[in-house]
Ligand binder design. Sequence first.
Ligand code: SAM
Length: 362
Amino acid sequence: MTRGSLVDVSMSLTTMPPTRYQGSKRRLAAWIIGRLAEFDFGTVLDAFAGTGSVAYALKQAGRVVTCNDLLAFNYQIGLALVENHAEQLTPDQVDTLLAPRDGHLYDDFIARTFEGIYFTADENRWLDVVVQNLADVACRHRRALGYFAVYQAAMAKRPYNLFHRRNLYMRTADVARSFGNKVTWDRPFEDHFRRFVNQANEAVFDSGAECVSANRDVLDIAGTFDLVYLDPPYMNSKGVGVDYHHFYHFLEGLTDYDSWGERIDHQSRHLRLQSVASPWTKPGEIRGAFERVFERFSESIVAVSYRSDGIPSVDELVSMIRRFKGRVVCHTCPPSPYALSKNRRTHEVLLIGSRHRTSSVR
Ligand SMILES: C[S@@+](CC[C@H](N)C(=O)[O-])C[C@H]1O[C@@H](n2cnc3c(N)ncnc32)[C@H](O)[C@@H]1O
């Protein structure tokens, strides 16, 4: 695929597979790409890429994409779907991944450690085997496709798709339920895994441009980029931020199986990983974090996904970006007809700072 008109691409975007990720921009990717159409850019960084939905759309548009996230499991997703241009997992390779290897001594770390917390005993043993098989796959892109399928299966089988509570009982208790998807929770890991491998295989394509996945703090990313897309963790008007490290610690552990035990916070009831301080979850530090990022990428066009009730406010962000850019435009996304009523009070915005001298906010 050659570098194409973003307007044409935004009209025809097929989205990447669903990822059940908090704050995913998968449904908004076409709208975001359409807003970037007036800019001429070849190299682009998705600096807080999460599951990479915007990076993937930019790859579809033929741009040279760097897809970065601080979490190692998101790095694997970027490897599988953005950096990977050709590798797929064949049915034979999937069968090999799912079976215990003759003569191989498997650790039972998940079964021993997480009994009764997230998954059943059989499911924990399944994870122990498959994750150790995956770690030994030589091709990093094929390995990443397998990780993608394990992560998706693990999220699909969790209440709220998260790991922030010890709540296996929600699946297993014999009570009448008015919510939840017990059929999905109870579907075997293997069924989910095979389905998600198929989805990931189908999403692999060669854009003709080199794309890479990276795993760094936003301020440690090397290089220069024509455009930088920023979708940092959202902090709501009450000062409550999304702590991705906490929500998804179990997927980080699956990705770092051999060191998982050393990284666990044994004081936490649900055995999360030891927390990592982040300015993006602290109301007193988040403004400074934004300032540092805008300064670091002052040479690039910057596009920021945001919500209208976030901390800092949209006006504050516009002022910060304007210190480095001549022009700041604020686009408001039309509300989705499917949005929950409580979400209709806030809306998704995209702030774009560029070097043009005119200044407008709409
Ligand atoms: C709102 S989510 C991004 C969602 C993404 N656009 C998508 O469509 O899936 C914010 C992401 O920022 C990442 N993050 C948090 N702190 C970071 C940091 N200091 N550097 C890089 N990424 C960070 C989190 O791991 C999380 O995936």
